[in-house]
Design a protein around this ligand. Sequence first.
Ligand code: ATP
Ligand code: MG
Length: 183
Amino acid sequence: MRLKSIKLAGFKSFVDPTTVPFPNNLTAIVGPNGCGKSNVIDAVRWVMGESSARYLRGESMADVIFNGSTTRKPVGQASIELIFDNQDGTLAGEYGRYAEIAVRRQVSREGKSDYYLNGSKCRRKDITDIFLGTGLGPRSYAIIEQGMISRLIEARPEELRNYIEEAAGISRYKERRKETETR
Ligand code: ATP
Ligand code: MG
């Protein structure tokens, strides 16, 4: 599985529809302070279902929507789409047969979030389910941000265990067991 591109529209500083391509296995995003580099990472975490504004460096969820600048009016909604190459079949289950998987999240100022998988409306859970055990999730280790290394070093054993279980591919089974037990 590989992230091929991100389409942003109305998200934080990306007011106009913008596509950020990731053509190779290694891509660097460079630019001056405040140009929006970290916003691209926030976008990935947001689509994966992050529901805490604080983790997206904002105060409320509406802070992900472009809120205007000296020359532009605020917009009413934000949308992000991640395009994944799934030719190796990492994303299994119902979506395993697709060579390309598009995951989209859209939110309006009223706070309603909609999620889509390959264009079809789905639940947040459908997205977290297919990515469980791949290392990519709203809080997963596929994104190593500033301060995360020290957080890992200082983590409590139970917290550290969650990361190891995700890497070992166990987390998806644990999640299913939890669901069965609560039914
Ligand atoms: P640094 O190099 O300092 O880490 P960066 O390139 O990572 O900078 P970001 O933190 O991604 O920069 O972007 C910050 C910019 O995004 C700021 O200019 C801020 O005004 C803008 N921004 C954040 N949220 C919104 C929003 N909702 N509407 C408009 N602009 C926003
Ligand atoms: Mg930054």
